[in-house]
Design a protein around this ligand. Structure first.
Ligand SMILES: [Zn+2]
Length: 408
């Protein structure tokens, strides 16, 4: 591992919305981007140069809504969420590897049980496990019997306030709540509010006291409306949002996180739960609603980020789907990079600019010409270290060899 190097291929797409900058590369120093420019501008004497051939360098993707342990294609996600922790742990390792192999260098985890997400976050940060940098919620807050309550519900302002304080004390990065029903379960309607307005307001107010944003699983209706009114950071899914609600989100700076892979990809909910006619019918409705919402969102100008919602390894499909439904490749790419970082309120990743972490992906083709290029990954770098190689091997950045261990 070299502390400093210059890497360049055909050019850089920096994630800010600027077009491909031909002939430009990155100067990487100690895991950070020290400069973006040409070799002539940035390489002093003795700086190693990595030739990335014709590859295009883009920012590492940000999966703004996913989970670690579940796989939608295997069905009944809520039952998966409460499987034995050993079972979940074993699957988490492979899911995390698939995420980073698809170019995701940062992922926002939107509910896990037993603090498994906090443990994975810290293990990845220490370099013990391969995976994206994680921002985690711990167990999401849902009312008893509601969607998202498989591991237990929390009810009433007092208990919710205590739960938020407990989450903050354990070190979560954000709070996740569920304020409407969902597509993949029979619990709750998609348009009523699962929590009272007072409960929602209490959660957001208490979280703010600890410097934490709150995001809600909400398809629309009152569950979205109360949350928007009381300072929610983002609406997750939002398939039934109205133009009026989207306009209010724009005015209040609320983000929308859309998840199209899990609903539309044949290996998502369809493969896992499609045999149940009730869920399949709900899924068909949600697909139509999701398409309408994505069109409305684009027209409204709401800040939109994307997440696969546990479709590990399928991140490229989020971009492909958006482009197939009217977004430009640039709009899709920015939603998948810069906007994800903005949503989390962090400024150290999401774009390729001096001072940011050196999280980047080498693509063999230009995704602005053909969005399918996002599947054509040559290598993935996180904090300047090549994690996924052109042979699709994964490296654990902090791994210690037996020889090194013996010498410690
Ligand atoms: Zn989710």
């Amino acid at each position: 591992l070299t502390a400093e190097y210059f890497i360049s291929g055909r050019g850089v797409i920096d994630g800010t919305g600027t077009d491909l900058q031909e002939g430009v590369g990155l100067l990487v120093r100690d895991g950070l981007i020290a400069g973006v420019g040409t070799a002539a501008e940035l390489t002093g004497e003795g700086v190693p140069v990595i030739d990335a051939g014709d590859d295009v360098i883009i920012p590492g993707f940000i999966d703004s809504h996913t989970h670690i342990t579940i796989r939608p294609g295997e069905g009944d996600q809520h039952a998966q969420m409460v499987k034995p922790k050993v079972w979940q742990t074993v699957r988490g390792v492979e899911n995390l590897r698939l995420m980073i192999a698809s170019g995701v260098t940062t992922a926002r985890i939107m509910t896990e049980d037993g603090d498994i997400d906090l443990l994975y976050r810290d293990a990845i940060a220490r370099g013990e496990i391969v995976g994206p940098r994680l921002r985690v919620s711990g167990r999401g807050l849902a009312p008893t019997g509601g969607h998202g309550s498989a591991a237990g519900g929390v009810d009433g302002p007092d208990a919710l306030r205590t739960a938020v304080r407990d989450h903050a004390a354990r070190g979560v990065d954000h709070i996740k709540i569920f304020t409407t029903g969902g597509v993949s379960s029979k619990r709750g309607s998609l348009a009523d509010s699962a929590y009272t307005e007072e409960e929602i307001a209490t959660i957001i107010e208490e979280a703010a006291r600890h410097g934490l944003f709150v995001s809600t699983h909400a398809h629309g209706g009152l569950g979205a409306e109360y949350a928007i009114r009381h300072g929610i950071r983002s609406i997750e899914h939002g398939t039934m949002l109205t133009p009026e609600q989207l306009a209010e989100m724009v005015e209040r700076g609320v983000f929308l996180v859309t998840n199209n892979t899990i609903r539309n990809h044949p290996k998502g909910i369809e493969q896992g739960d499609g045999a149940d006619p009730f869920i399949m019918e709900k899924l068909r409705e949600a697909r139509a609603a999701g398409l309408r919402a994505t069109e409305l969102a684009r027209a409204s100008g709401v800040k939109m980020a994307v997440g696969t919602d546990s479709m590990h390894g399928f991140f490229g499909y989020e971009l492909q789907w958006l482009v197939e439904h009217g977004w430009t490749p640039m709009q899709a790419l920015v939603a998948a990079t810069r906007t994800g970082a903005e949503l989390m309120g962090i400024d150290d990743c999401g774009t390729l600019e001096a001072g940011k972490r050196a999280d980047f992906v080498l693509l063999r083709r230009n995704p602005l010409e053909d969005i399918h290029a996002v599947y054509d990954i040559d290598a993935v770098y996180k904090e300047g270290v090549e994690i996924i190689t052109p042979d699709e091997l994964s490296r654990t950045p902090g791994a210690v060899s037996p020889k090194e261990l013996a010498e410690l």
